[in-house]
Design a protein around this ligand. Structure first.
Ligand SMILES: [Zn+2]
Length: 200
């Protein structure tokens, strides 16, 4: 049956094969390049931020979260601040700190860990967040989210979470990572020769 193939058929076959291979390589390279060009939109873009003489956006947002914690929270035990921004660093979608309900007393029900009765900073930021604007949303929070907040963050489709300090229980971080949400401690991505605010 192979006698039926002429040398011209073989040449055509080889040409088609070569074109198919070239097409495959071309689309793979272009797809890779497109992913690279996503820049800040791409989750996990800041594997390691290099200090370029200016305050990084990471630092700007985390300092804002720290200011909310330090300046607004009335929890004497743990002050937490949270900011939700667009991945391109042009918009703030929501912010919050741990505290009572609106108009409630500015003191915790208990000083025992987990018994303050306060609404968590992440929840306050999420319930005020502008979800009408279709943009990738990044959360900056002074302390790593608890397990409950992690569930809310996942359901709110937040793309990445950066935290400054570790909360006593890291199950929230574990859940976020298992859910595929880029979660990182600030010190692991930002060189700390940038201005830093101390929070309790
Ligand atoms: Zn929480």
């Amino acid at each position: 049956m192979f006698d039926a193939f002429t040398s011209q058929d073989v040449r055509h076959f080889l040409l088609a094969f070569a074109l198919a291979i070239f097409g495959l390589i071309f689309t793979t390279v272009m797809a890779k390049r497109a992913r690279k060009n996503m820049g800040p939109q791409h989750v996990g873009f800041a594997e390691k931020h290099e200090f370029d003489g200016r305050v990084s956006w990471h630092c700007v947002w985390m300092e804002m979260a720290k200011l909310l914690a330090k300046g607004r929270s009335c929890d004497p035990r743990l002050k937490v601040g949270c900011v939700i921004v667009s991945a391109d660093n042009t918009r703030v979608f929501g912010l919050g700190y741990n505290g009572s309900w609106a108009g409630g007393p500015n003191e915790p029900e208990s000083l025992q860990p987990g018994k303050s009765g306060f609404v968590h900073a992440e929840v306050n930021a999420l319930i005020k967040c502008d979800f009408h604007t279709p943009a990738e949303k990044i959360m900056y929070v002074t302390h790593s989210p608890c397990i409950d907040c992690a569930r809310y963050i996942i359901n709110a489709r937040i793309s990445a979470v950066y935290y400054d300090q570790e909360y006593r229980d890291l199950s929230g971080v574990e859940l976020l990572k298992n859910a595929g949400i880029y979660t990182a401690k600030m010190s692991s991505i930002v060189k700390y020769d940038e201005p830093q605010t101390e929070i309790s």
